[in-house]
Design a protein around this ligand. Structure first.
Ligand code: NI
Length: 225
C-alpha cells in the first residue's frame, strides 16, 4: 500500500482535498497569492538597560505573542525558484521579567515586518509542494506607548523603538486542493533586534536593547494566478 503523508490523509478525510488526477505544476511567471493566519511568537532576550546614561547591566524583558491575518505574494521565476513578499502587522506588549518583573508592562507597540525571501520549491509538479526560503526582513515599529498602568509611566512620557533590518528564513508546504487552490503551512524565523528609547518616564531617560527574533507560524489558503 502506498504511504500517504499524515497531513494529506487528514485533509482528504476532512474533504478539503480530493485526489488530484491532473497534477498542477508551478510554472515561470505564476503568481501565488496566499491569505494566512499567523502567530508571531517572539523568542526574546534583552541586552542591557541604561538609565540616564548609566549602564544597569542585563535585565529581563519578554514580548507577548499575537495572532493576526497576513497576505503574501510569491512570484515564480521558474519551476523551482520563487520570490515571496509577506505583508501584515501585529501588536505586542513588552514586559519586564526576572530582576525587572516589578516594572510590569513597559511598552505597547504595533509592528510592521515586511519580509522578502527567495524560495526553492522541491516538488513544483507534485500535489504536496514543500519549499524553503531565505531573505531579508525590515521591521518598523509604530504607535509605541508606555502603558498608563506601567510602573515607569509618568505624564508626557514617550518611547520609540528603532526599526530593524535582519535576515529571515522559512520552511513551508503548499498542498493542492485542485488545479489552482491550495492549503499552505509556513514557519518563519525573523531576526529582529531593536533599541527602545524612553523619555520622561518615572526613572528619567532609559534605553533597552532587545532581540525579539520571533518564530512566525502560519496556516492559510492560496491560489495560483
Ligand atoms: Ni537577533
Amino acid at each position: 500500500m502506498k504511504k500517504i503523508p499524515l497531513i494529506s490523509s487528514v485533509l482528504l478525510a476532512a474533504g478539503l482535498v480530493s485526489p488530484v488526477s491532473t497534477v498542477m505544476a508551478y510554472e515561470a511567471g505564476d503568481w501565488l497569492i496566499r491569505g494566512r493566519v499567523i502567530n508571531v511568537n517572539p523568542n526574546d532576550s534583552s541586552g542591557t538597560l541604561s538609565i540616564n546614561g548609566v549602564d544597569q547591566g542585563t535585565k529581563g524583558v519578554k514580548v507577548d505573542s499575537d495572532t493576526v491575518p497576513e497576505l503574501d505574494i510569491t512570484y515564480m521565476l521558474n519551476q523551482n525558484w520563487g520570490v515571496e513578499l509577506i505583508l501584515g502587522y501585529s501588536e505586542h506588549t513588552v514586559s519586564g521579567e526576572k530582576s525587572w518583573a516589578v516594572l510590569g508592562d513597559v511598552i505597547d507597540t504595533k509592528v510592521l515586518p515586511p519580509t522578502l525571501t527567495l524560495q526553492y520549491h522541491f516538488l513544483p509538479d507534485s500535489n504536496i509542494r514543500p519549499y524553503i526560503g531565505a531573505g531579508v526582513n525590515y521591521t518598523y515599529f509604530f504607535d509605541e506607548k508606555v502603558p498608563s498602568s506601567s510602573a515607569i509611566s509618568s505624564p508626557g512620557d514617550k518611547v520609540k523603538l528603532d526599526s530593524s533590518w535582519g535576515w529571515a528564513a522559512q520552511v513551508g508546504v503548499d498542498i493542492a486542493i485542485n488545479q489552482d487552490w491550495f492549503v499552505n503551512m509556513d514557519v518563519k524565523y525573523l531576526d529582529i533586534d531593536t533599541t527602545a528609547s524612553f523619555k520622561n518616564i518615572a526613572v528619567g531617560t532609559a534605553k533597552i536593547d532587545a532581540d525579539i527574533d520571533p518564530f512566525v507560524y502560519g496556516i492559510g489558503i492560496g491560489r495560483r494566478f
